[in-house]
Design a binder for this molecule. Sequence first.
Ligand SMILES: Nc1ncnc2c1ncn2[C@@H]1O[C@H](COP(=O)(O)OP(=O)(O)OP(=O)(O)O)[C@@H](O)[C@H]1O
Ligand SMILES: [Mg+2]
Length: 281
Amino acid sequence: MINSHGDGSSPRVFAVANQKGGVGKTTTTVNIGTAMGAVGKKVLLIDMDPQGNASTGLGLMPEERNPSIYDVLIGDCPVEEAIRETSVPNVFLIPAVRDLAGASTELLSMDRRSFRLRDTIRGLIKSLENRTGQPGGGIDYVLIDCPPSLDVLTVNALAAADGVVVPLQCEFFALEGLSELLRTINRVKSTLNPDLEIEGIVLTMFDKRNNLSSQVADDVREHLGDKVYSTIIPRNVRISEAPSHGIPALLYDHKCSGSKAYVKLAAEVMKHKKDDTRLPA
Ligand SMILES: Nc1ncnc2c1ncn2[C@@H]1O[C@H](COP(=O)(O)OP(=O)(O)OP(=O)(O)O)[C@@H](O)[C@H]1O
Ligand SMILES: [Mg+2]
């Protein structure tokens, strides 16, 4: 694998997180990963959700998911053995299994319990660098799909990440729970990972026929300003059909409005370099 940042840097690690369920975390992770892969970036997607939706969305059947991130986190399997190629060009996957739900309890009694994922990713990069001689070991982006909770799995993802991408669904309760998420991010930043930043907030499932969607989008921009990506992801039936075919929407129908939006979003995510912007209080 060849890292194509071209600046000798490490891969950028993003956690896609929001403890609210069904807001578009997995769809966003899988489709920005696919769009990055399409422009030649090497992407490692880590499924940290026991539901395994990202693994399904990338075509990996439940019986094909061992070894998984669960085995890696509890120390039963070297990370390299858990990495799979996918049918998506340049996108590699460490899948999740249901047992990952139990890892929350198992990790609580383990050494460096909040750093298991960070140690895993850093160890992997170091070993790939040694083997390939490539900076970053040939990986450009690591994308972590988080579960809908703020448990030890999400804390591991936040402790491992450079930035958090937060999908917010354009619905009435969009901002509900956001302050709790921001508090968790700030707590992780002040205790476990001083480098953590909010990479960006992405508005999802926007329905242009619904006034409420526009009101929510305006409201979110008013509160969160330039942290909000300019690309808005529309509600689009092709996006919801794709996972049952085991392929990302971008491969299922690259011309649909949802896919086009994810290509734009991925470009925004890739363009944004780390800067000194501060987290909202
Ligand atoms: N832009 C969209 N248009 C239409 N349907 C969408 C869109 N984005 C996501 N969906 C659908 O909404 C549902 C929830 O999306 P997704 O699984 O990405 O959310 P999530 O935040 O990962 O959920 P969970 O919290 O359960 O992990 C899925 O059925 C998905 O196919
Ligand atoms: Mg999900």
